[in-house]
Design a protein around this ligand. Structure first.
Ligand SMILES: Nc1nc2c(ncn2[C@@H]2O[C@H](COP(=O)(O)OP(=O)(O)OP(=O)(O)O)[C@@H](O)[C@H]2O)c(=O)[nH]1
Length: 601
């Protein structure tokens, strides 16, 4: 009886244990399914830049990744989260200190630690590795890179500006770097050093000592000849391989038009150091540089193999060369590729970060181009505001517009701003420095007053004004450029130099701006009543492209529904993949404009 009772108890305990086991199993399976689902969902997500550091989703996603990498377990979630938090995803105030008294100290620190600002390296890999192994290794190395940057920030009291935190975007760069013979770093001519990433050049040579980087100084149409001369001097002094280029001018040329920019008058100078290259010249130069690299590699390999180097084996042209294009968002990579291909292959917009995947374009049997998505490299030296003003962070995501406008006000002489916008800025008070730049508030209010931009609350619509001013600044309607560091003119006579250049360029820029300004001029003469303000708000992002006679239509549409028209990147040309890692290849055959052999002699 007792035994029977014991048996029931045993059976009962056995059943309980079995049920618990089953429940645990089900829970584990559910967890696994959840993981798989999360992974699958993530795989389906489009490739997005993660630059803004306050994105809590990104924090959690990284925490989940960490969990995955470290195998989970007790407290792993907490550890992962704190690792993600500690690795710089959360930036508490998101701004960089700019007080004068702290600046030199910070600059000293920045110079000291400049070598630590590295581009993440792809860990060593072999074709024999499984996809999972490769993926885990890359994630581990990436997290380590993130932690190092965070440590740098924490320990040294340095402030890192926003940088790309999405490993998948860096993966695109790794692949472009690996397959390119020549790396072309596209920079904006108006501040080339801001957009240059020296560590990327170092990294390229770590992959292969023969790889070289060419600085493609784009938007050179916005740079007067004398400023190009100064930069040319600087590049030569610092042994930087460079050339001036204007994707916009090259595109206009292809369309049989001429760019009406002041600096294009002397673009085709005989001086190779300062001339703005044309499309065919650039293609020849790129191919020449890349072939030189491939030949050097071939020669070395032959030497290493103790082969007898026949003279023709070194000079034989390689089958084809690959030229990779990298750079910050919005510097004009896609425009350059489009101009080189000779037709629209990649989308061009003034919104940074539009190119998401690298693209491979076969220009000819001999030349292949690779276009990498725009990347925001880690840096110390610029503030978030500066990055918005420089087009690296999207204007649309800007929340504190005055900071970015102050960058514009500090860089562009007061008289130039007044001329371009036909506004009068308040003069500095008697007790203030007579040469002080206008404050952001002064500039924004003067602009709003002249255009009648009023917000719902009846206050000046500073956000709208800020967006338009920043757009004009980026598009080159407001002329501006930096001089090389240590340029004596900029040091000893900043006012005079800027004023001189500014007024020169202001004339051209004003002419350039006239058409777009006409509409605003009209608006400024009208009564800024609320319906006008609303219809006016609607034209906001269309800016100068809205024809005058479209005012009526604008009034009829609700401003709430107005969204910036996003031009879609034309990807219809994508044809399958190249067999390596899923990247698209299109074959674009075109007659080489100049015979390479004759052109290079
Ligand atoms: N003035 C001038 N503007 C240019 C030139 N090249 C490009 N732009 C403008 O710069 C903006 C950005 O050009 P994109 O070609 O889309 O830049 P991107 O580097 O491919 O940008 P992402 O897709 O963000 O990587 C666009 O508004 C272009 O019209 C140039 O040579 N001169």
């Amino acid at each position: 009886m007792g035994g029977g009772g014991g048996g029931r108890k045993d059976r009962g305990e056995g059943l309980g244990r079995a049920l618990t086991r089953q429940r645990n199993k089900a829970a584990a399976a559910a967890k696994e399914r959840g993981h798989a689902l999360a992974l699958a969902r993530r795989a389906r997500q489009p490739l997005e830049s993660v630059i803004e550091v306050s994105d809590i989703d990104a924090v959690l996603q990284r925490a989940a990744e960490q969990d995955l990498l470290l195998g989970g377990g007790d407290g792993a979630d907490d550890d992962a989260l704190s690792a993600a938090l500690g690795s710089g995803l959360i930036d508490l105030d998101g701004t960089v200190e700019t007080e004068e008294e702290r600046r030199w100290l910070r600059e000293e620190q920045e110079a000291l630690h400049a070598g630590s600002l590295k581009v993440p390296r792809r860990p060593p890999w072999t074709p024999q590795m499984t996809v999972e192994e490769l993926d885990a290794n890359e994630k581990r190395a990436f997290l380590e890179w993130r932690r190092n940057l965070a440590r740098l920030e924490e320990n040294e009291k340095l402030v890192l500006t926003p940088f790309e935190k999405n490993i998948d975007i860096w993966r695109q760069l790794w692949r472009v770097l690996e397959r390119s013979d020549l790396l072309v770093m596209v920079v904006d001519a108006r501040d080339p050093l801001f957009y240059r990433c020296p560590d990327l050049e170092v990294y390229a040579q770590e992959i292969d000592e023969h790889k070289r980087t060419l600085l493609l100084v784009n938007k050179a149409d916005l740079l007067p000849l004398n400023v190009r001369q100064r930069w040319a001097e600087y590049f030569k002094q610092h042994d930087i391989l460079y050339l001036f280029w204007s994707a916009k001018a090259a595109t206009a040329d292809l369309e049989g038009k001429k760019l009406s920019s002041y600096s294009m008058e002397d673009w085709n100078t005989a001086d190779l150091d300062t001339k703005i290259y044309g499309r065919d010249e650039l293609l020849v130069r790129l191919q020449g540089e890349a072939e030189y690299i491939v030949n050097q590699k071939g020669a070395l390999r032959a030497e290493e193999d103790h082969e007898s180097i026949r003279s023709d084996s070194v000079s034989t042209r390689p089958k084809h060369v690959v030229v990779g294009f990298v750079g910050y968002p919005n510097v004009g990579k896609s425009s350059t590729i489009n101009a080189l291909v000779g037709q629209k292959r990649t989308g061009v917009t003034s919104t940074p970060g539009k190119t998401k995947h690298f693209q491979t374009l076969v220009i000819s049997e001999e030349l292949i181009l690779c276009d990498c998505p725009g990347l925001v490299f880690p840096s110390f030296s610029s503030s978030r505001h500066e990055m918005v003003a420089c087009g690296v962070l999207p204007i649309d995501r800007m929340t504190k517009h005055r900071g970015a406008i102050q960058v514009v006000a500090n860089r562009v002489p007061r008289n130039v701003l007044e001329q371009i916008y036909k506004i009068t800025l308040p003069k500095p008070k008697a007790y203030e420095q007579p040469s002080r730049p206008p404050t952001a508030a002064e500039l924004l209010r003067a602009y709003c007053t002249s255009r009648g931009h009023v917000s719902h609350a009846g206050l000046p619509d500073e956000t709208r004004a800020a967006r338009q001013i920043l757009k004009d600044y980026l598009d080159g309607k407001i002329p501006h450029f930096e001089l090389p560091p240590g340029d004596t003119d900029s040091e000893t006579e900043p006012e005079e130099t800027t004023d001189l250049e500014g007024s020169d360029t202001a004339v051209a820029a004003t002419t350039d701006h006239c058409a777009s300004d006409e509409q605003d001029e009209d608006l400024s003469q009208a009564d800024p009543n609320i319906s006008h303000v609303l219809s006016d708000l609607e034209s906001f992002d269309l800016g100068s492209e809205v024809p005058k006679n479209s005012t009526k239509k604008k009034k009829e549409t609700s401003y709430k529904h107005h969204k910036k028209p996003q031009r879609k990147k034309d990807r219809s040309w994508r044809v399958g993949n190249d067999g390596a890692d899923g990247s698209a290849v299109v074959r674009v055959f075109q007659k080489p404009a100049v015979n390479f052999a004759t052109a290079t002699g």
